[in-house]
Design a protein around this ligand. Sequence first.
Ligand code: FES
Length: 110
Amino acid sequence: MSDIKRKPMIMPYHRHVLMCCGKSCGENIPLLNYLKNRLADEGLNIHETKAVRVNRAGCLGVCSEGPIMVVHPEGVWYCHLDEAAIDRIIEEHFKGDKVVDEFCFHGAIV
Ligand code: FES
C-alpha cells in the first residue's frame, strides 16, 4: 500500500480575488455572484492567460469602507465596491492590467 496522498486539483489561474462577505460589508453574496457572472460572461473565469479565481472571504479587517476585495498576486485592495466598480475593475485591471486608482487603497503604486 502506498503512503502517497492524493492532492486536490484546481484549474490554473492568473489572479486570485478574495471578496469580503462579512456582516459589516453587507454580506455581499449578490455582489460576489455579480463578479463571478461577469467574469464568466467575459471568459475570464477560464482564460488561458488572464483567468481570475474568485473566493468568498470573511472579514478582511477594513469594515468601515466596504465592500472590500483583495486581488493577488498584486496585493491590490479595493474598497467601496458596487456593480459599476466591478465592471471597471474587470475592464481596466483584469483585462487591461491597470489598477483602478479610484477604488484602490492599498498594495499598488498608484
Ligand atoms: S466585514 Fe468586510 S472587511 Fe470586515
